[in-house]
Write a protein that binds this ligand. Sequence first.
Ligand SMILES: *[C@@H]1O[C@H](CO)[C@@H](O)[C@H](O)[C@H]1NC(C)=O
Ligand SMILES: *[C@@H]1O[C@H](CO)[C@@H](O)[C@H](O)[C@H]1NC(C)=O
Length: 388
Amino acid sequence: MELRSAAIRRLLVVFVCGVFGYVVFYNSLLMDRRGSLLHDAHLSYGGAAVVLRDGMVLPDADGALGVDSGDLQSLMGARQMWTLGDAGMGPSEMPSTPAAAAGTAAPVKDSIRSRLEPGFRIANGGRCPERGRDLRLVILITTAPGHQRQRKAIRLTWGGSVAQRRDVTLLFFLGRAAEPHQSAVDEEQQTYGDIVQGNFVDAYNNLTLKSAVMLEWLDTFCPEARMILKTDDDMFINTDNLLKFVDVHSKDTNKLFGRLARRWKPNRSVKSKYYLSPESFAGKYLPDFVTGPAYVMTGDLVKPLYQATLDAKFLTLEDVLVTGVVADKLHIKRVHAKEFINDRIKADTCKFATSVSVHMVKFEEQFDIWKRIQDGRTRCPQYVPTGG
Ligand SMILES: *[C@@H]1O[C@H](CO)[C@@H](O)[C@H](O)[C@H]1NC(C)=O
Ligand SMILES: *[C@@H]1O[C@H](CO)[C@@H](O)[C@H](O)[C@H]1NC(C)=O
């Protein structure tokens, strides 16, 4: 009896040590100290020699692969876990996929490119003269076909104040619409000439396609613009402050400015508007990103962001994809600027007077806020751009 339990204990110790040793050994094979992946890792698993190459499990040179597929699945699952933040490293330092780490252009399944037909139903390329060489700022606003009143409110308030300038251009971006909206959009375009319509069905789930169309438009017609604001039609933009902000940063490159979301976790609740399935994003943390309602990018980013967004795997959350996953892959600096509030705030005139962007609810409020910051009756602190 004594002898047998001692033997079992010894066996257990050997087993635990073995598992522990294996984990440590395996981990050290896959990552160097800064967490980057080795392209090829040779290891033995269950007695068989295996080569891991860019995330693929291949038999070793001698071709013998005596591992059953269930074991391989768990092997790959464990690896996935380790590469995605469980090693105590920040998500932005971590390559999210082996292919991203290796910098290879392995075709991505369900990429943006595979979903989006290039080109425009309404292009309005003429809104960016001289490829944007003389433009200080391009303002691109996501909107939906049925949001005529939101567009009208913007044209009559902050949008109108910059649309008349020669060094600024402003456009609304939407997708295809069913009747009667499509005719209304065409009519609106005839009147104002400030609409770009992409070749996709306008729907909430297609917001990332809208962002890709924005980048396509910039890349096609406006690649020399210095600064770009991406915003939504339910935002109040303090255009005077925005111009001060972009002027202070006009020499900057490789930057995205806005409200920085650091180490946010993906929402796994299917009821959430921000739900992300583990299939579309497997990591424990999202890469740092600037939130979608309003962000500014430096003009040099247009081409790389556009190309890399096309090759990215489709994901419904526009900001997570473009300013997070893709920006992270391209090592774009994401800079927090406090004047991008991007939340609803109480009707405090000075808040509006000293910020660049504020999230709103109703289009009627645009008129009231615009009037209040124009009339100068409330004494507010001077706006000082972040990073100036
Ligand atoms: C956009 O969304 C709609 C509905 O969610 C869908 O039917 C359509 O195929 C999507 N994609 C494109 C490219 O329009
Ligand atoms: C996810 O979304 C739900 C519903 O909107 C919310 O209650 C919950 O707090 C969110 N979780 C995280 C981790 O953000």
